[in-house]
Write a protein that binds this ligand. Structure first.
Ligand code: SF4
Length: 454
């Protein structure tokens, strides 16, 4: 039965234009496509031309453009900016957070669902990473939108809408927050409570805490001469040691602050750890990268063990006192063991783009020679881009690009290094962004005639 449908319609030469004909074609082929897990880019897009009619988001776009934009969709960037200022940030995120109105986000999601229903298969598909985020550069704690009435729509709600609309989940990552910022602490605790429930966490691909030697407080403390090997989780009775210069004391205080913030983040997320819902992203440089003292993973391991010692103390205090999180010795051991495993998962995989490039430059007298030691993919990206520009067709490239859609609807190609604009723009109701990204955008525009492969 299914192969009959395939033979009758897949190879028909009839050419359709307009909604009615496209809908007829979609109705006839939907069962075959659904049964065979067809992706939108594998469908006959010429015959589906017109099915997008009346959906505001896709106004003026061809089905080829839509399929291209929605395949390997890394993110729909409805939130921009981050206050953490990590020195390795590939997005070079800036501390001015901008948010698109919730209604605009919802319009895109609703139109994607409407198009999916018309065609009968999920129109989003991934061939690599299996997630789609709502931002390129935001911390989980700041992941929320407001509607026109000022009502907040938090990460849990956005995650649910994204999963239900796109069929793919988003990632919740946090680099932590200042523990004295009570508002952010409250937001974090609320997320932990919500994400403990399966009905909420099931919409997230991963929930992660990031730890790395690129936090500004940590970097400054190390730069100013603090030695993490001298750290003790116990605060000295006379904190101002006479033998230390003010600069050394300041560096120690900064390091202590850093440790306490990281410990507070881990402590706050302990309930998720105990439920097996938490991961970590721990990154540092390999020794083959020269002249980057303070940024190496093996150096940072000492700090990770300092964090664990301080965390153990925080758990013990909690058990003897409030029992806010730790209610028994058994729980204490389980939590410590859990974090011990997670903090041992450090990796060298880092991108040398964005702020990492600046950091490298600042340690190498402005030169980027040798930056390839951080990641060889940088080479591949440059080669790929050169081929794209020379041959003016997507098929000239060796690997597929991810796609990002900005809040103004403009679609960009991305490969962790290069951001390349296209002439595809969804209608979102947000005006064209003057500065689409905080990293450099290439000045070569990919046009529809260059899309010979999706
Ligand atoms: S790496 Fe992540 S948390 Fe750090 S500044 Fe960039 S976006 Fe923010």
């Amino acid at each position: 039965m299914l192969s009959t449908i395939h033979n009758n319609f897949q190879y028909s030469n009839a050419s359709f234009t307009g909604y009615k004909e496209a809908k007829t074609y979609a109705n006839i082929t939907r069962l075959y496509n659904w049964y065979n897990f067809k992706k939108l880019y594998e469908c006959n897009l010429t015959k589906l031309e017109g099915i997008q009619e009346g959906l505001k988001t896709f106004e003026g776009l061809s089905m080829k453009q839509i399929a291209f934009a929605l395949t390997d969709l890394h993110s729909i960037n409805v939130i921009r900016g981050c206050v953490n200022h990590c020195l390795h940030c590939y997005a070079n995120a800036q501390p001015f957070i901008s948010r698109t109105p919730f209604e605009s986000f919802k319009q895109i999601m609703d139109d994607i669902v409407a198009l999916r229903k018309r065609i009968g298969i999920n129109i989003i598909s991934h061939r690599g990473s299996n997630y789609t985020n709502c931002s390129f550069d935001v911390d989980g704690i700041d992941t929320h939108l407001f509607d026109k009435e000022g009502k907040k729509h938090d990460a849990v709600e956005l995650g649910r809408i994204i999963h239900n609309s796109l069929g793919y989940k988003m990632v919740f990552d946090t680099n932590g927050w200042d523990r004295n910022n009570l508002e952010r602490q409250q937001i974090a605790e609320d997320y932990v409570k919500q994400l403990l429930k399966h009905k909420n966490s099931r919409h997230f691909y991963q929930i992660n805490i990031s730890l790395n030697p690129f936090n500004p407080k940590y970097v400054k403390a190390i730069k100013d001469g603090y030695d993490p090997e001298t750290y003790s989780p116990f605060i000295p009775l006379d904190p101002v040691c006479k033998t230390k210069s003010p600069k050394e004391q300041k560096a120690e205080d900064l390091y202590r602050e850093y440790i306490k913030n990281e410990v507070n983040t881990l402590f706050t997320f302990t309930p998720l750890l105990l439920k097996g819902k938490l991961g970590t992203i721990i990154r540092g440089l390999d020794r083959s990268v020269t002249n980057m003292n303070g940024c190496y993973l093996d150096e940072y391991a000492i700090t990770l063990s300092n964090i664990l010692s301080q965390l153990k103390l925080a758990y013990e205090w909690d058990l003897c006192g409030e029992q806010k999180v730790i209610k028994s010795e058994k729980m204490l051991k389980k939590a410590l063991n859990g974090y011990l495993k997670l903090l041992n998962k450090g990796k060298y995989r880092l991108f040398s783009s964005g702020r990492m490039e600046n950091l490298y430059r600042s340690r190498h007298n402005g030169s980027l020679d040798g930056i390839w030691a951080i990641d060889s993919f940088r080479h591949r990206s440059e080669n790929n881009y050169n081929k794209l520009v020379a041959q003016r067709k997507i098929s000239a490239t060796d690997l597929g690009y991810l796609k990002m859609i900005n809040s103004d609807g403009k679609v960009y190609l991305y490969d962790n290094y290069a951001v390349i604009p296209t002439d595809i723009q969804l209608k979102t109701g947000t005006q064209n962004l003057a500065k689409p990204f905080s990293i450099k955008v290439k000045d070569f525009v990919v046009t529809e005639d260059m899309i010979d492969r999706i």
